[in-house]
Design a protein around this ligand. Sequence first.
Ligand code: COA
Length: 322
Amino acid sequence: MIYSRIIGTGSYLPEKILTNQDLEKIVDTTDQWIVERTGIKKRHIAGDEEYTCDLAEKAARNAMQMAGIDAKDIDLIIVATTTPDQVFPSTACLLQGRLGIHGPAAFDVQAVCTGFVYAVSVADKFIKTGSAKRALVIGAETLSRITDWNDRNTCVLFGDGAGAVVLEASDEPGIISTHLHADGAFENMLRVPSGISRNYGALREGSAFMEMRGNEVFKMAVTTLGRIVDETLEANNMQKSDVDWLIPHQANIRIIQATARKLRTPMEQVVVTVHEHGNTSAASVPLALDTAVRDARIKRGETLLMEAFGGGFTWGSVLAKF
Ligand code: COA
């Protein structure tokens, strides 16, 4: 049996910080409202000349450094992003060029906030089938570019960042299972209604922004994430108590707490970073993972349950031995 093991993690947050107090000057909101409803205190915003691939590269290099490998050892690159640098080439190809890797497959995956979970699942299948030996999997976003800074319903929630893992083929247990889902019937609850082929004008005018029916998304996220946690454990004949760490998508502390309650996991075993950087979409799970690996909370041999929910709707989970 071939497993994919996480041999390195990395992350990167842009230097510029936007606090809740800064947002009070931009829209009709308060620090108290944002903290009470979301748990978010600040978010990082990419500089004008800083792009998704820049964030991805820094996170990737950190992950490769921890793994003790060189870029030439990588034979698959997957970047999960909703905010690619450009229409094409993919951000994964741009990154491949910067890393000086020539030949192996490189592509982007677009599943919004579930992107990293989707990308890990795809990379795991490449490794399990022998198509790749060492994969670089990155979630990277510059959501600030699709945020309407006049809309208090959304602009307080999102931030920019990147997180990465290096996965390596191993005969020791690593990723145990992955579970992916989508339901396009909910397209209009959370979306950017313009793009390349549709409403192209908005993109040209720089007004291709996120729209969200926040309260409905909140309810769907809570019930769906509760279900995915159950599905993951049932598929592996495991108990809730077998999970050492819940590493949830960092969208809203209240959604995270609801999932932890469902799993009967005390908050001490839940990695929470949402207060530090808001919702960074595909970057949020690997950012949280890297934080808890680097501060030595997560130890080798522990069981991790990662989960995410996002636009599409898409949702999914990764169960792994670290
Ligand atoms: N500051 C102050 N008031 C705000 C505000 C802000 N930034 N944003 C919204 N409000 C107001 C609303 O206008 C509304 O006012 P009204 O009652 O006068 O109409 C009120 O706060 C309550 O809005 P509501 O949407 O019911 O609040 P909520 O408890 O659902 O919290 C969210 C709003 C967005 C924080 C919450 O719904 C949420 O987190 N949803 C999920 C978002 C998400 O995670 N999306 C990505 C998924 S990957």
